[in-house]
Design a protein around this ligand. Structure first.
Ligand code: SF4
Length: 575
């Protein structure tokens, strides 16, 4: 069953890394060396940080005409199961972005935080600061289980959300790596002394072994009526089965994943498929079994096809299930008939069921910053310092403030207004359900803009939708600067994926906001300035020919590429 081949360079690196140590500690302690080299760059990801360089500054020259070289900096990602963050932890992250980063914090599409622009000299202190707040960067990236996602709504009058969120914690805790390298490199050495690798003693990695997983591994838990986590895009998903207001079990979904390499036909985006049904007490053990099957049978010679989705595509669900049963120790039943039916971005004011309220605040592309009249960072800081409430990070890169007494709502609204932070009735549905990855200037893999381009595209799209009286439609746009798909661009109504230099994109249509369908490629190598002219006739078609209650994504799926193209051609000829 295993695809045996020559191990990839990364696999050899992991084996020889002394459980992910490499020479990270030595380079970190060397004042003469300004950045990490290839092997350590790869290993650093397992510690929650990516070495990057400011791509806006690439190619710039000194006064004498010589190249300035790369401006190295680091992204530091925090792993936060279910996006649960205390006020103190949130404030610590805001402090760290000012002390060591570029003055912004980014909420990720997997309910984590990212600091950007951290210099090497500040990297250890930034990671220590996160750990001092009782959060961690360990396993936020790398070839392990990454952040376990879960619906963040702080509903208190039903056990369903509380049980789900506790399950996310349990899975994350069970599947976290056990290597002590993280502690030794980043936390232990208060004097900044070089760690002594000769003292290295391997610790048992009961789940991951010496080489960890073949590739990153993502898990999410969802409710059928609220797939805010985009459960089908994960390697492993749990879809809750609720009876009498209790979770009685979960359908297990396997093999979702977004990344593709357009030049490699063997790669594809995939939605997770139903595997089995488990009771809550079986969840952690079955998760471990799935991870171990991927560990032992995933492709370790070609990282392009190393995600779980390729193993499942190669061997099929029955053979994969048989292996999971073998690792789990007993047979597993068929999944229950269960479908995702809805999604909620949790933006706005809601009673949370215990006499208090929660407030979801939309953060455009997750970027917490102060710019001119829009002072999100200071506004959130003011509220958190004054009220000290718990918060939740959402999968649509936004934030929920929890546990708000009714009498404090007016004051919180006032603080938001004073800082220019828009409330639910001031933001279009289009914008609420749209997200972008960072791309330029920090991501080394970005081909095009994403975060910096999406707001302008949405401005223009809002105008077009208003023209056809479609402003009240829920339409999701997910944009990424390359096909790796970090902002899940293959499932929404509209996906925009960076394709080629010169701001050219692949336009995907026919997915949906509830995340149950992959879109199809409607246009490739589409210049940014042609995105709105390409969509405008399709909005007109949707307005004219939609069925009652049909969403834009469903309409595009029903018409298909050819139907949409035919209408668009006629529309453009007539206008
Ligand atoms: Fe970078 Fe591509 Fe991920 Fe965007 S999708 S953050 S460009 S790797």
């Amino acid at each position: 069953m295993s695809e045996v081949g020559k191990p990839s360079q990364i696999e050899i690196l992991k084996i020889n890394s002394q459980q992910l140590r490499g020479t990270i500690g030595q380079i970190l302690n060397s004042a003469e060396v300004g950045h990490f080299e290839h092997d350590d760059v790869a290993l650093l990801k397992n510690h929650g940080t990516y070495q990057q360089d400011d791509r806006d500054e690439r190619g710039q020259k000194n006064a004498d005409g010589t190249s300035k070289g790369k401006s190295y900096e680091f992204m530091v990602r925090t792993r936060i199961p279910g996006g649960k963050v205390t006020a103190a932890q949130f404030l610590a992250e805001l402090d760290l972005c000012d002390q060591y980063g570029n003055g912004t914090v980014r909420i990720t599409s997997r309910q984590g935080f990212q600091l950007h622009g951290v210099l090497k000299d500040n990297l250890r202190e930034a990671i220590r600061g996160i750990n001092r707040s009782m959060l961690t960067t360990l396993a936020a990236c790398g070839d392990v289980e990454r952040n376990v996602m879960c619906c963040p709504a702080p509903i208190k009058n039903s056990p369903v959300h509380i049980e789900m969120q506790a399950m996310a914690d349990a899975i994350a805790e069970h599947l976290k790596p056990r290597t002590t390298a993280y502690y030794e490199i980043w936390l232990k050495d208060e004097n900044g002394e070089e760690q002594n690798v000769a003292e290295f003693k391997p610790v048992d990695e009961p789940i991951y072994g010496a080489t960890y997983l073949p590739r990153k591994f993502k898990t999410a838990i969802s409710l059928p009526e609220d797939n805010c986590v985009d459960v089908y895009t994960n390697d492993l998903g749990f879809l809750a089965v609720v009876e009498n207001d209790r979770i009685v079990g979960y359908n297990v979904l396997v093999g979702g994943g977004m990344g593709v390499t357009p030049s490699a036909k063997k790669t594809f985006p995939a939605l997770a498929k139903p595997l089995t049904y488990v009771t809550p007490d079986q969840v952690v053990s079955v998760a471990e079994a799935v991870v171990k099957v991927q560990r032992d049978f995933g492709n370790r010679s070609d990282r392009k096809v190393a995600r779980l989705k390729y193993l499942i595509a190669n061997i099929g669900i029955p053979a994969f299930k048989a292996k999971v049963e073998e690792y789990f120790g007993k047979s597993l039943p068929e999944p229950k008939p269960l479908e995702v039916t809805g999604v909620d971005d949790h933006i706005g004011w809601f009673e949370q069921g215990d006499g208090k309220w929660f407030l979801g605040i939309n953060i455009e592309n997750g970027r917490i910053k102060d710019v001119d009249g829009l002072r999100i960072k200071t506004g959130l800081r003011t509220i958190l310092e004054k009220y000290g409430m718990d918060t939740r990070l959402t999968p649509l890169q936004s934030v929920i403030l929890c546990d708000i007494a009714p009498e404090n709502r007016a004051d919180i609204n006032k603080i938001l207004r004073e800082h220019g932070i828009k409330q639910v009735d001031e933001i279009s549905l289009l914008r609420r359900y749209s997200i972008a990855c960072p791309a330029w200037p920090t991501c080394g893999l970005s081909i095009t803009e994403s975060e910096r381009a999406l707001p302008g595209i949405l401005d223009d799209m809002e105008v077009e939708l208003a023209k056809y009286a479609l402003s009240t439609e829920v339409i999701s746009v997910h944009m990424t600067g390359c096909p790796n798909g970090c902002a899940r661009p293959y499932t929404p109504d509209i996906g925009l994926v960076g394709r080629a230099a010169g701001e050219q994109y692949t336009l995907y249509l026919g997915g949906n906001t509830i995340g149950t369908r992959l879109g199809f490629i409607y246009a490739d190598y589409l210049p940014k300035e042609n995105i709105i002219p390409t969509l405008s006739p399709l909005f007109a078609y949707f307005k004219a020919e939609r069925k009652t209650g049909e969403t834009f994504g469903d309409f595009c799926h029903r018409q298909g590429k050819e139907g949409l193209e035919a209408y668009s051609l006629a529309f453009n000829n007539a206008t």
